[in-house]
Design a protein around this ligand. Structure first.
Ligand code: NAD
Length: 369
């Protein structure tokens, strides 16, 4: 690329972002008013098919009556595999995306994103295509007095334009975008959660001292929304110090709700999940007004597969995501039942042969259910 081509690429990108802004407002799905709710199940790559298979068994068990009555449909979505995505040269092949859009909510196994190359992440694409703007990740360790929930903006920041950078001889440039509307809706979601759940402290985490335009906007808009929630104390933190704060016992317990742009949210939630006991132990929700997708927070664990240990993958993370899905579609009793069973399940999965297999864990869970 030369400088003129790079400038043209940037112009196209800005135009696309303005078009995205125009389409941003959408009516929220009211699950209490839907006659039939379709849950799409996507296997994904690596350990994905193993953990989703057992999560599906658990969902079928919990929702047996509603499935029999035709109120809930579990629909398998095929084709979101790395092999098919590479063959079709699309992060989500068109027919797969059309199928996904026939569902209301999705339970998704992790999908692999090759390093380098041009294939965009299936997750980034799905969040953009379904406008899943809020990535919600709870982290709870009662014995340590930790009860955190992260509201990570999911459709903007660095990731949404991550495959749209420009390369000139000897130089590469990526772009980051933050919009008023995009920030308002994630901030509103975080503050609403805080109010509805009796939380009194919310942290806005950015790097606004350095990224003055984008993170500066994010912070300013969060404070604008905060005026509607006077009962909630709002504090600003920079991402670097916040990664340290989460490790300080005696201080970290004060944090309750976090709202963050995309990249910082990605990093901080993995750290928080690790504090909870590893990325295998946390669920994640990707929520939009029309659709929602629920998944484990970890990846496809290719090293586990390469070591022949796929059957020893821990399904806890995707099962926690399944509980969040149930809550989202107003199956609260079923969600509580699953959460209680997960707490009680005595079987330990370590990701190695010294622990139980994914199937043994699911069998024990089904016994409790
Ligand atoms: P990873 O989460 O796949 O693995 C990190 C470590 O955790 C590895 O040691 C792995 O063996 C272990 N691990 C992960 N899940 C586990 C489980 N359920 N049980 C036991 N051990 C588990 O992260 P990575 O290696 O950085 O990424 C691998 C691939 O996954 C990449 O292609 C990446 O793009 C993709 N990924 C996908 C998602 C998603 O679809 N939501 C999220 C993160 C990474």
């Amino acid at each position: 690329m030369d400088i003129n081509q790079a400038s043209e690429a940037f112009r196209v990108l800005l135009q696309e972002q303005l078009t995205r802004l125009e389409k941003m407002n959408c009516e929220k799905t009211d699950f209490t008013k839907k006659d039939v709710i379709t849950i799409g199940v996507i296997d994904g790559d690596g350990i994905g098919p193993i953990i989703t298979q057992h999560a599906t068994r658990v969902l079928e068990n919990l929702l047996a009556d509603k499935i029999a009555a035709g109120k809930i449909v579990l629909k398998k979505i095929e084709g979101l595999t790395l092999q098919n995505r590479l063959a079709q040269g699309k992060p989500i092949p068109d027919d797969v995306l059309a199928n996904i859009k026939t569902c209301d909510v999705l339970l998704k196994g992790p999908t692999e994103t090759p390093m380098g190359g041009t294939l965009e992440s299936a997750n980034v694409t799905m969040r953009r295509e379904l406008d899943l703007y809020a990535n919600v990740r709870p982290v709870c360790i009662p014995e340590k007095n930790i009860d955190w929930i992260f509201y990570r903006e999911n459709t903007e920041g660095e990731y949404v334009l991550g495959s749209r950078g420009v390369e000139l001889p000897g130089m590469a440039v990526d772009f980051k975008v933050i919009t008023d509307l995009g920030t308002r809706r994630i901030a509103r979601a975080a503050f609403e959660y805080a109010r509805q759940n009796g939380k009194t402290h919310l942290s806005v985490v950015t790097k606004a001292n350095i990224m003055k335009k984008t993170d500066g906007k994010f912070t300013a808009i969060c404070h604008e929304i905060a005026k509607d929630y006077p009962e909630i104390t709002v504090e600003d933190y920079y991402i670097d110090i916040m990664t340290a704060n989460l490790l300080i016992e005696g201080f970290r317990e004060k944090f309750q709700v976090f709202v963050l742009p995309n990249l910082y949210g990605d990093i901080l939630t993995d750290e928080a999940a690790q504090i909870q006991g590893g990325v295998g132990t946390a669920g994640s929700a990707n929520i939009g007004d029309r659709y929602a997708m629920f998944e484990a927070i970890h990846g496809s664990a290719p090293r586990l597969i390469a070591a022949g240990l796929g059957d020893y993958a821990n399904p806890t993370s995707i099962l926690k995501a399944a509980a969040m899905l149930l809550r989202h579609i107003c199956c609260t009793a079923e969600a509580e039942k699953l959460e209680a069973a997960l707490e009680k399940c005595p079987v330990k999965v370590t990701g190695d042969r010294d622990g139980a297999t994914c199937a043994q864990f699911a069998d024990a869970l089904m016994q409790i259910l």
